[in-house]
Design a protein around this ligand. Structure first.
Ligand code: AGP
Length: 613
């Protein structure tokens, strides 16, 4: 949700910010803008509706000579106010002396706006952010101190913010502050950056400070100073990033999503590498080791997430219940946080989030904690808010995921949940031999994913007959059910085809009414004890002229006589099946969207990390 890049240094900030915004476009892409100082130290704002390319064109066509060694910039995902140029950030104060960019939501903006209207302020945008700008303006008139004005304004706003401000009276300075929205200070060689994500600055420096809630930072050409919420000057530790720009390059792939799908043999391997304790036929999860006694005594687990992460959580439920026989509840974070959840003693809570920034998941974490639960995180982004707020956890090590549709993060999350299930299983009834079987099979998964990816061209051909549909049904039984949900979500998100995932046997309780010759049914026909029942469900589809696209195991000849198309995948242990079954579904969604010439990496209305409610 919205991305911020700000720069102070010796170079021209304009190309640096535009390139940085490009790397943050996944966070929001409905409009963008930047603000700088002209040679007379006036604040100048340039903004455009539409994707970043519009701002880039505007700068390169009509404003080639823009130069400022200090600037702030923003890419927007609209919350308050429609998508137009006025509502794009930076937002200015009434005198045009200040520009502010904001990521987050001012929840009490209505009341504050009314107060400001009463004071005579005239609003030019429909954003909540303008309220914050006017508040700073108001307090600056009263206090004559910009720092104080920002602090006072931030005291009265409720909600979340990551902000960066420039002001005509301080032409060498950026003020930045955060609460609830990620903000990072990146420290280069005589240059400093503020960013919502290190992707935007990794090209320039690997040294970063993750700002904490309540922190305010002042940067100028000489250096930076950070104040905590008590207004004390602090000196937080500088972290060193251990990856470089090549990790976020698209390489030869047409889209990030395709690149990320093809990275899965490696990313899944990275999720389990160094965590298999072969000598004991179990798993070692360093981030949870201090809590092994809690894991041994746990009576119930709750796993909380949103979207694809929720699907991974549901997959985890099947795995943990099957391998460790511990009851698992899977919760939508957005529901959990408000429904006064029951968290009995001996419950462990896991929050799962690729970005580690999802507002609902973060709030659910806090709610679980308020109920006295120990909360662990399963996250991808190192140093993210959720990773830092939890009592411990496991990184999935999927590497940067840029495509808005999550792919490799899902399989890495599922891999970590499989590890957790094995660990919990071995702490209970799972024999060393069964532990060994799981570890050995896990090691084969990357190779098996490669085998599925090798069928990419065939899957593209199959996708052609789905691309012109308006609806699709995804069916699976048992642990294939969450995968069906995930396949349907992928198709919806990027191809705008309405799709539903169902437990196959539920079809006859309603969705069967939708089936006709235009309805593709994507069926996960895994060879297990429910296979015959699944085949019966598919016969019901055929009887109603539905078209079946099956994902089945190699050697399954029966399915070829039933389905219109079959994608064959290698067999694996039931609990690890989602790691393979999901791959063809990701590829189908990708190819359908690409065949429809849609913007695969930046689908409409979505943003990669949803940092608002
Ligand atoms: C996945 O394709 C989606 N874009 C979305 O559902 C996502 O999984 C969800 O917003 C949760 O994000 P998180 O994992 O970063 O918390």
């Amino acid at each position: 949700m919205c991305g911020i890049v700000a720069y102070v240094g010796r170079k021209n900030s304009v190309p640096i910010m535009l390139e940085g915004l490009k790397r943050l476009e996944y966070r929001g892409y409905d409009s963008s803008g930047l603000a700088l100082f002209d040679e007379d130290n006036n604040v100048k704002i340039y903004k455009k509706e539409g994707k970043l390319i519009e701002l880039e064109k505007f700068v390169s066509n009509t404003n080639k000579d823009l130069f400022s060694t200090i600037g702030i910039s923003h890419t927007r995902w609209a919350t308050h106010g429609v998508v137009n140029e006025a509502n794009a950030h930076p937002i200015s104060d009434p005198d045009g002396t200040m520009a502010l960019v904001h990521n987050g939501i001012i929840e009490n903006y209505k009341d504050l706006k009314q107060n400001l209207l009463n004071k005579g302020y005239k609003f030019k945008t429909d954003t909540d952010t303008e309220v914050l700008v006017f508040l700073v303006h108001y307090y600056y008139q009263v206090e004559k101190c910009l720092t104080k004005a920002v602090q006072l304004a931030l005291k009265v706003v409720e909600g979340t913010y990551g902000i960066a401000i420039i002001h005509r009276d301080f032409p060498g300075q950026i003020i930045s502050a955060k609460k609830g929205s990620t903000l990072i200070l990146a420290i280069g060689d005589n240059e400093f950056f503020i960013t919502s994500d290190i992707n935007a600055t990794i090209k320039h420096t690997k040294r970063v400070i993750y700002l904490e809630d309540g922190d305010m930072v002042k940067i100028n050409h000489e250096g930076y100073e950070i104040f905590n919420s008590d207004n004390l000057s602090i000196n937080p530790e500088i972290s060193e990033i251990d990856w470089d720009i090549s990790a976020i390059d698209k390489g030869d792939f047409k889209h990030y999503m395709l690149k990320e799908i093809f990275e899965q043999p490696i990313s899944v391997g990275n999720a389990f590498r160094g965590r298999l304790a072969d000598e004991l036929n179990t798993v070692r999860l360093g981030g949870l080791s201090a809590s092994y006694s809690d894991l041994r005594n746990v009576k119930r687990i709750q796993i909380i997430g949103c979207g694809t992460s929720w699907h991974a959580a549901l997959t985890g439920k099947y795995m943990i219940e099957s391998l460790a026989r511990i009851p698992v509840e899977v919760e939508y974070a957005s529901e959990y946080r408000y429904r006064n959840p029951i968290v009995p003693d001996d419950t462990l809570v896991f929050v799962i989030s690729q970005s580690g920034e999802t507002a609902d998941t973060l709030a659910a974490l806090k709610e679980a904690r308020a109920k006295g639960a120990k909360v662990f995180g399963i996250t991808n982004v190192v140093g993210s808010t959720i990773a830092r707020e939890t009592d411990g956890g496991v990184y999935i090590h999927a590497g940067s995921e840029i495509g808005v549709a999550s792919t490799k993060a899902f399989t890495s999350q599922v891999t970590v949940l499989a590890l957790l299930a094995i660990l919990l299983g071995r702490m209970r009834h799972m024999s060393p031999n069964d532990g060994l079987i799981y570890l050995e099979e896990l090691k084969l998964i990357p190779e098996k994913i490669e085998m599925i990816l090798a069928q990419n061209e065939q899957i593209r051909e199959i996708s052609k007959s789905i691309a012109n549909c308006t609806n699709a049904l995804y069916l699976g039984r048992g642990i294939d059910y969450p995968v069906a949900l995930e396949g349907a979500l992928k198709l919806k998100e990027i191809s705008y085809i309405h799709a539903e995932g169902y437990p196959a046997a539920e079809m006859k309780h309603g969705p069967i009414a939708l089936i006709d010759e235009n309805m593709p049914v994507i069926a996960l026909a895994s060879k297990d004890f429910l296979y015959d029942k699944l085949v019966s469900n598919l016969q019901e589809v055929i009887a109603r002229k539905g078209r079946i696209f099956a994902v089945a195991n190699e050697g399954d000849e029966l399915i070829a006589t039933i389905a219109n198309e079959v994608i064959y995948i290698p067999e694996t242990l039931p609990s690890l099946r989602p790691l393979l079954n999901v791959i063809p579904l990701q590829l189908i969604a990708y190819h359908v969207a690409d065949l429809k010439q849609l913007d695969v990496d930046q689908p409409r209305n979505l943003a990669k990390s949803v940092t608002v409610e």
